[in-house]
Each structure stands twice: as C-alpha cells, then as structure tokens.
Design a binder for this molecule. Structure first.
Ligand code: ARG
Length: 465
C-alpha cells in the first residue's frame, strides 16, 4: 500500500489537511472490499456503456474507459495492482488505477454515479454469483442424500423422540427428513436471489442524478430483473444481505442437527454408521480415537454464522435514510457467511455419499426399546379395544418385558394373552420391525416403498433446478 498521498485525490478538493493516518486506516475498507473488484469493474463497464448511449460520453471515450477497466482487471489478477489505503476502498482504487492508465478520460467514469449506488450494485452482483454457486453445492448435497436414502430405503433403525426409542423407521426416511430441511433452505436462497436482483445504479448518492441516464439499460446489461424503484432505499438498505445471512443461519442450524446425529451415530454407544477415515482425525494422546471433526466443526460454525446475522441486523437497526458509513460494516460478516456456508456444504456433499450404514447394528438397536409397542396398541384397536385401554394393556406388557428383559416379539402368545384376550397368533406379524415400518404406507410415511418413491421424486425434482 502506498501512503504518500497528501489529501485524497478523489474527494480532497475541500480539504485543507491530509487525513489523520489512523483515521485513514480506520475508515478504509480496501483491506476487505478488494474482493468485489470484478463486480465493481463489471458495474463500471455497464455504467460507461449507458453513459455513451445517453450521449454523456462519446463512443471513443466509452471504448477507452472499457479497455482501461479491462487492463486494470488484468493487473489485479496478475498481482501487479498497488492497492492504496489512502484511496479508501475498491471503488476509488479501481477508478484511480483507470485514470493512471488512460488519463483524463478516466475521470469521466464517475459522471452521474456515486460510490453509494456503486457499492450497493457491487454487493448485489457479488452475492448473486455466490448464491448461484451455493445453490449448486446445496443441490449436490441433496442429490447425495436422496441417493443414499434410496439405497437405505429398507434399512430399519430406531426412530427417536426425546432421544428415546420411539418407533422403528427406515434409515432412508431419516435421510429424507434432512433433505426436506435443505429443500426449504434452497427455496429461501432462491427467494433471496429474486429480491436482490434489482439494479440500484442510477440512484447515485441518494436522490438520483441530473444526467439523462437509462436505468433500464444498466439493469439489463447487468442481468438485473429491473431497476430499483426508489433512490433513497436503493443506497441504504442491506436487507438482501440480512436475508442471505438468515438463510445461512437456518441452513447451518439444519446442518448442525445433522452433524449432531452423525456424531452420535459414530460413537461406540450408537455405532450406527462409519465415516471414512479421510473425514476424521485422530487424537495425539489416545491412540484408539477416531474423531468426527468435520460434523463437529460444521456444528460449531453455526455459532459464527448466527453471529453474523445478528451483526447485520444490529448494523441496520435505526439507521436513518439514506446511506450511512455504518453500511461499510456489512461486508465482513457477509463475506464470512458466504465462505462458511460454501465450506460446510462442500464438506457435507463430499462426506454424505461416503457414509456407510451399519445395517445390522441399526436393526439390533431397533429391536431393543420396545419400538413396536404402538403397533401392538393399534392391533388391539383393530380388534375393537378402545385406544386408551389398548395403551394401558401394552404398557403392562412392556413392564413385564422390562422385568424379563425381553422384547414384545420374544414373548409367547400365552404370555401376551395375560394382558388381553384379544391378542391372537396374528399379533406377531405386527410385532416385527419389518411389519411395523411396512404398515406406515402413506405419503410421508416410513414404509420402504414410500421412501423409495420419495427418494426417486427428490432426485427427479433436482434435475429441473
Ligand atoms: N466503502 C464504502 C462502503 O463500503 C463505499 C461507499 C462509501 N460512500 C461514501 N459516501 N463514503 O459502504
């Protein structure tokens, strides 16, 4: 960074002394907003193109500016750009580099524009591109989940409520529950994209501009759906970044739930799945350890992303119209949220298809904990017993089983009949785990046939994204 500038060359006209060195650093954003350079240049090219079409610039000035901007982009990408703190942010650094390259014509680029509409445009363009990348990665994860769900459609495991064995479910069904959470997250991501896809260019500092600008043209050059409708709002609100962070928070919240289950399932106590070694790490002191670090970190990163959402909400709260420098603080939380979401999705999209279900262990676990007790109650209801009475009868059977350390399906017919005369030999069909899951054969149920169909439907739906 060169710091030899006396007063700021872009806005120094009315100043009589140079900015305090600390204040310069304190107010600068170039340390982090250089990341927007590509979108800043893209916005400038659209702006210059529009100015020429409106007759504000000549065609040759436009061409000189566009060539110059492309040369600046090349400098940035080959590492020869000298970023300057004195030039505060990416917008003024790029503009100054342009003028260094092409001379006086470079100074005409900022006609009819302000950094306020410029930055509002840049972040939208940047975030839109990131949203599309995140959408692809989220889809890859969902595809992995649905594929595994199809393969595990008939794998029986205990289903839990209160983390206590409740009723048997299929592993595929459990995986598809995760997918439903992600499906809604994808919808939220697309909603966010829809709302942010409007062009603030032309709002200028806050009130619009006196030049005969064509906002439709810049909007369409930048693939925005339309220009924003109010200049004051355009330069001031960062609700689109907040919406993205809200999406990120919910996504990570869902992924933290998945993480928690993966962590439990890899423990010796559950032992339901195996995560391949390449997704785990060891302990420097305990040689036997294989730790599920990837899901643990994803669970932990939820805190970080939730923090960013709160940062942005608090940043926006009570800000008077229109632009305020507070908004410069929007970038780091947003950037970090995007980076974190991308890393977590990548980790899961790689890891989920490699996960191995230990089918025998899951089945054995479902056999314990009286997971077919509800099936016995439903059986009694079908034989004419009122549900509350059936509940009582089964409760007593379970108490007997606990005493004997035997599951309901291990009891003899005579033993079961102590609790109700309505029980016949056909009871054993409903007491099996296979019978229990197969009986829940309706939309959204855990029957293998339903899970197979649901997994297929998910995969089909993902194709049209
Ligand atoms: N670096 C600023 C930001 O990120 C750009 C806009 C500054 N505008 C201004 N009038 N100071 O928000």
């Amino acid at each position: 960074m060169s710091q030899d500038e006396k007063t700021n060359q872009q806005w120094g006209g009315r100043f009589s002394e140079a900015t305090d060195a600390f204040v310069q650093r304190f107010t600068a954003s170039i340390q982090f907003d250089q990341r927007l350079y590509r979108h800043d240049i893209e916005g400038s090219i659209a702006h210059a193109t529009m100015l020429a079409s409106a007759g504000v610039l000549s065609n040759s000035e436009r061409d000189t500016i566009i060539d110059g901007l492309q040369a600046v982009r090349a400098d940035i990408e080959n590492g020869s750009m000298q970023w300057s703190i004195a030039l505060e942010d990416v917008h003024m650094n790029v503009e100054s580099a342009l003028t260094d390259k092409i001379g006086i014509t470079g100074k005409k680029l900022h006609t009819g524009r302000s950094r306020n509409d410029q930055v509002a445009t840049d972040i939208r363009l940047w975030l839109r591109e990131e949203i599309d990348l995140i959408g692809l990665e989220l889809t890859r994860l969902q595809r992995g989940l649905a594929t595994l769900a199809g393969d595990e459609a008939a794998t029986i495991m205990p289903g839990f409520t209160h983390l206590q064995t409740a009723q048997p479910v299929t592993f595929g069904h459990h995986l598809l529950a995760w997918n439903e959470m992600l499906e809604r997250d994808y919808g939220r991501l697309q909603d966010c994209r829809k709302r942010l896809n409007q062009s603030p260019l032309g709002a200028a500092a806050l009130a619009g501009t006196t030049y005969p600008i064509d906002r439709q043209l810049t909007a369409s050059l930048l693939n925005f759906d339309q220009p924003t409708r109010n200049s004051l709002d355009s330069v001031s609100d960062r609700d689109f970044a907040i919406e993205f962070c809200a999406f990120a928070s919910l996504l990570l919240t869902h992924m933290s739930r998945m993480s928690e289950e993966l962590i439990l399932w890899t423990s010796a106590q559950f032992n339901f799945i195996n995560l391949p070694d390449r997704f785990c790490t060891g302990s420097s002191i305990m040689p036997q350890k294989k730790n599920p670090d990837v899901p643990e970190l994803v669970r932990g990163k939820t805190g970080r992303v939730n923090g960013h959402l709160i940062s942005l909400l608090t940043l926006m709260k009570s800000q008077p119209l229109a632009y305020n420098k507070d908004n410069q603080e929007d970038k780091e939380p947003l950037f970090d949220s995007v980076d974190t979401v991308k890393d977590c999705l990548r980790a899961f999209a790689d890891m989920i298809p490699a996960l191995q279900a230990k089918r025998e262990v899951m089945l054995e676990a479902a056999r314990r904990g009286f997971s077919t007790a509800t099936d016995l109650a439903d059986y009694l209801v079908r034989k004419g017993v009122a549900f509350r009475d059936a509940h009582e009868i089964v409760g007593k059977s379970v108490a007997f089983g606990l005493q004997q350390e035997r599951d309901l399906s291990d009891m003899t017919l005579a033993e079961l009949r102590q609790f109700s005369e309505q029980i016949d030999a056909d009871v054993f069909e409903v007491l099996t785990l296979e019978g229990s899951v197969a009986a829940r054969d309706h939309i959204g149920g855990t029957a293998p046939a339903q899970v197979r169909a649901a997994a297929r439907a998910v995969l089909e739906g993902l194709k049209s994204r």
